[in-house]
Design a protein around this ligand. Sequence first.
Ligand SMILES: *Cc1c(COP(=O)(O)O)cnc(C)c1O
Length: 400
Amino acid sequence: MEFSQYDVNALMYVTNRPPIVFTEGDGMWLTDHAGKRYLDFLQGWAVNCLGHSPQCIQDAITAQVGKLINPSPAFYNETSLALASLLTHNSCFDHVFFANSGAEANEGAIKLARKWGRKNPNAKGESRYEIITFKHSFHGRTLATMSASGKAGWDTIFAPQVPGFPHAELNDIASVERLITDKTVAVMLEPVQGEGGVIPASREFMQALRKLTQERGLLLIVDEVQTGMGRTGKLFAYQLSNVEPDIMTLGKGIGGGVPLAALLCQEAVACFEAGDQGGTYNGNPLMTAVGIAVTNTLLEPGFLQSVKDKGEYLSGELKKLSTKHGLGAERGEGLLRALDLGSEIGTSIVETARDLQPVGLLLNSPRPNLLRFMPALNVTKTELDQMMAMLSDVLTKLGK
Ligand SMILES: *Cc1c(COP(=O)(O)O)cnc(C)c1O
């Protein structure tokens, strides 16, 4: 098939895309309309935690699709019950609400915190609703989650914003303390800012936040849409700093590529009443069956350790590459890593890597001076080495 034969304008314009149509995926590899193969370090934006079309997801969907797709969220179904138990047994949380996207899970977290703030008013008896979030954070593309996000320019594009989201500085506890008012109900953050450029909250900061929120009667919400489900080498990133948040959201990896997300909370915070929260597709058997297959794979003995080991290996290789080509520092947790390029060559690298022949390399540059690496968690050492060799070629081509 020629690219010109596709009617790409039938899709609503929302972003610039290269003239490539992907037709097949297998593990770390994608194939386009012309048969060219690409080593994929985007993995559907960190969603394919087990690579493209893994056997366990094929099996789970095939088994479930002929059995039960959706009895409606007004009834219990077996797979959502099983996945909820799997998640609560492997985390500090007691209850799960399933959603269809990370943004929707975060909307749920915001609603839950605000509801809790009505039930636990301030000294004047007023509801508390302000949620302190962070500059450069990303929580989704609905109106409330865009308002919660600290992305430059997002406060004006679809003004007026949803009020109640003052932004503090990550890793600066005093900046959080300064924003606390008698209306504050929660602090919400990504344990590693993903879209903001892979910036980890330090262990000390996470611990100081937990202490501060506990002392001031506030909830701690972790948005683990990107960092959860093994991405950092722990099942959930909050476990890296030994804190127990009140609320957590999951997305991306939990569905291994299909639309599935979750909102989890501790018993003391579970205050939704009938009718407060819901959704037609929420917790449907088809998607939650996939969630079970993915979660069980991550929990297999040695899997999370292998993510940690490969993360350390990738980190070491990126450091060597940086020295060889005169680039900047590398950072991240587990298999969510970034390399500071020292100059604004991110876009040229992404395009040159994609155009390599005979096979291309797909990379992400969330900022002009940064590359982000989010391979499948079951990526092999050989594939990591292949990516490093291709990236080194690209840098040489660009005169670095
Ligand atoms: C991707 C992401 C979201 C949004 O998830 P969607 O499924 O795209 O709505 C929210 N928070 C974080 C931290 C993310 O990385």
